[in-house]
Design a protein around this ligand. Structure first.
Ligand code: HEM
Length: 220
């Protein structure tokens, strides 16, 4: 769990930083997308490795949850979860919702399936002229996608759950890797909380900004 979680965590942080280039304007984010798409030899191997890690992470989580349940087949007469945090108690359900979100998100922005409304069917509109050739207009795609309010709210809720998941997952990862002694506990907690806040603010700033009017000139 810790190793698969660690690699997925690095992807989520990198994807967030990459996405924030939207605030530098269409050229920056579209060039970044074209750069990633241009790594042709790496693209599919990386996708397959990431998908395998998601499956591995889910499989480990299911095994662990079942083991925990069979270790305590009879429920507590009185259950007062004051020690376990809300994040730690919602790891499995939260993880499942995030997994559903990822499927939706890939259909939405990678496969350009019209899952959220907006004019996604006409993919020719997502072409951007750069240096004499056409690249994918990720900027316009984000504006079209997040102009639909329920889609934006769905993304904000999903990244909220993801951040909650990571706030506990990051601490558990340090513990599993044997890097969490008593002396480091406050630092590990602080790091996990800071990264969760960064991810939530970073990811949700994009739909929020677009709902507030950012980037609308891309539709003209
Ligand atoms: C507001 C939040 C987010 C935005 C704006 C966003 C944006 C994007 C965009 C534009 C793409 C397509 C890139 C392309 O076709 O070139 C993409 C792909 C992807 N995103 Fe996100 N993303 C967000 C949140 C997330 C989160 C939270 C996760 C994971 C937990 C995630 C995982 C992925 C994955 C796995 C892909 C597919 C990459 C591939 O093509 O292989 N995204 N995202």
């Amino acid at each position: 769990m810790a190793v698969s979680g660690c690699v997925l965590f690095l992807f989520v942080v990198g994807h967030c930083i990459g996405n924030l280039q939207v605030f530098l304007g269409p050229e920056a984010i579209n060039r970044y997308g074209a750069f990633l798409q241009g790594l042709k030899e790496l693209l599919w191997p990386v996708r397959i490795i990431m998908l395998s890690l998601v499956v591995l992470h889910f499989w480990s989580a299911s095994t662990l949850t079942l083991e925990n349940q069979s270790a305590r087949p009879v429920a507590y007469a009185e259950w007062n979860p004051s020690v376990a945090s809300y994040a730690s108690r919602t790891m499995f359900v939260g993880g499942l919702v995030v997994a559903c979100f990822i499927v939706y998100h890939i259909l939405h922005y990678t496969a350009l399936v019209n899952v959220g409304g907006g004019d996604f069917a006409n993919s020719a509109q997502f072409e951007y002229d750069y240096d004499g050739h056409k690249i994918h207009n990720i900027f316009k795609m984000l504006v079209v996608g997040f102009n639909i309010k329920w889609v934006s709210f769905f993304y904000i809720i999903a990244v909220g759950l993801l951040s909650l998941h990571i706030s506990h997952g990051a601490q558990a990862m340090f513990q599993s890797l044997g890097l969490r002694s008593k002396a480091y506990t406050p630092a590990v907690r602080c790091f996990a909380a800071a990264i969760a806040v960064f991810l939530f603010v970073g990811y949700s700033s994009i739909p929020v900004a677009i709902m507030l009017g950012f980037g609308q000139e891309a539709l003209k």
